[in-house]
Design a protein around this ligand. Sequence first.
Ligand SMILES: [Zn+2]
Ligand SMILES: [Zn+2]
Length: 462
Amino acid sequence: MNKLLRFDRPPETTMGNGRYYARFSQAEVFPAPVEGGIAYTWLFEAFDADWFDDNSEPVNTDFFESYYERAELFLLELHIQPMEVRRFEPLPSIEQEVLEDDEGDEWLIFEAAPSRDGMLGEGELGLTVYSNLYQPGIETSAKDIRRADASVQAKLRRVVSTDHIPDASENDIDGALAGVENTQIDWAVVYDVGQGNAIGFCNVQGSVQAYVDLGGGTLQNAHTYPSALQKFCFTKSPPIILSHWDFDHWSSASRDKQSLTMAWVAPRQSVGPTHAALMTAIMSSGRLLLVPKTLQARWRGQLYLEICTGRGRNHSGIALTLSEVQKGGGNLILFPGDARYSCLPSFNSTNKYSSVVAPHHGGDMRNHTAPCGVLQRCSRLAYSSGRGNSYGHPAFITRQDHDKAGWPDPSITMRASHYPIRETQNRVSRPLGHVFLGWTNRTTAPALPCGGGFCQLQAQQL
Ligand SMILES: [Zn+2]
Ligand SMILES: [Zn+2]
C-alpha cells in the first residue's frame, strides 16, 4: 500500500522537495474567523514533481499497481479567503469550479517552503502538506501556483486514468450484492467514525451484510476518529458500497485492512492519484467494481441503488434506499452519501422516509430541499460528523432546513413530543456514538454476534 495511505507504521512526515504536480480534489467552505467572512479549504492530490519527472508513466496498465505502491504522493491543503483568490493565476478558475460543483482535470505546479511560525511572506498563501492521510501535515507557504505545461498535463492525466478498468456489468454488481439481496436486513447502524461516513446494514444476528462507505476522519480531522474503533465486521464478506471517491468515505480501509479483500462497488468518477492508489490496493487483494453512470436503478432485495445526476464527485456518486421489506415495501431509509437530495433521481420531497442520514455530514448543501419527515417512534435523522471538525458540520442552515421539513431539532424547536435527531459525535459518556436505524422502536441496542470481542460496532444511540 502506498505510504500516503498507510495507517500502521506511518512513514516519517516529510514535504519532499517542495515542488508538486497537483490536481484539485475537494473543497470546503466555512465561516472565517473574521465577522461575516468565509474561508475556503481546497484539497489537492499531488505527486512529488521531481519523482514524477523521473517516473512519468507506468509502462502499461499491468504496472498500475506497482507504480502506485512506489509513487511519492502528497495531499496539499490550501487555506484561502475569497479576496486572495487572485494571488495566483489558476485559482479563480478553481473557485469557479467549486461554486458550480464542477470538476476540472487541470494539473497545477505548486512551489512551497516551510513557513516559520506560520508567518507568510508578501503574496504567499498558507499550505498544509501531508505525506500521510492520518498524520498531521507540515505548515508551509505556497510561493507559486501555476499551470503545468501541456505535455506534462497529458502524462499526468494518463497515470490517473482508470480507463483500463472495465465498467462493472449488471452481472458483476448482482454477484457482489447477492449476499445482501438474499438476506433480511433488520437494521442499519451509522458508525461513529469521527468526521466521515461509514454505515453497516445488519441481519437479525447483527452481522454486517453490506457497508455503505467505510470512511472516517482524515488530515486535519484525523483526531476526530475514535481510537476505540479498531475492527469492523467482515464475517459475512460484506460488499462495500462506496458513495463517492472522497477520503472521508473510504479512509477506514487502511484502519482495518481486511476491508481490502472485499468487493468494492463504487461509482466511476474521475479521480486523482490518492484515489488511484486505493483502487490499486483493492484490486490487488479484493475486487473493484466501477459502476458506470448508465446503470439502471432498480430494487435488489431491500436495496435500491442509483447513480446521482449532479455535477462534481459529491453529487454524482451512488445513493441507496433501504426498504423494510423486499422491493420498496414498508418504511424507507435514505442514504444519500454527500449528494444533494435533488440530485437523486428517485427523490421527491413528498417521498416518505422513516429515517435519513443527512447528506455531507450535515454540511451546507446550498439548496434547501429536505425530505419530508414522517415522525414515527423509530424515525431518525442522523448526522455523521466528528466533534470539533474543521468545517463546522453539521451546519445550522442544514438543521433548520430539516427542522422545517418535519425533523424537529432540539437546537431549533422547543417542546417537540419526539426528537428524531441523532449525531455520531454524541459519544455521551461512552467512547463511541454509533447510531441505530431500524423499523421498530427499541429500548435496548441489539447485541453483536461476536459479543464485541472482534469488532466495536455495537449501536450506542437508539
Ligand atoms: Zn464528499
Ligand atoms: Zn463526505
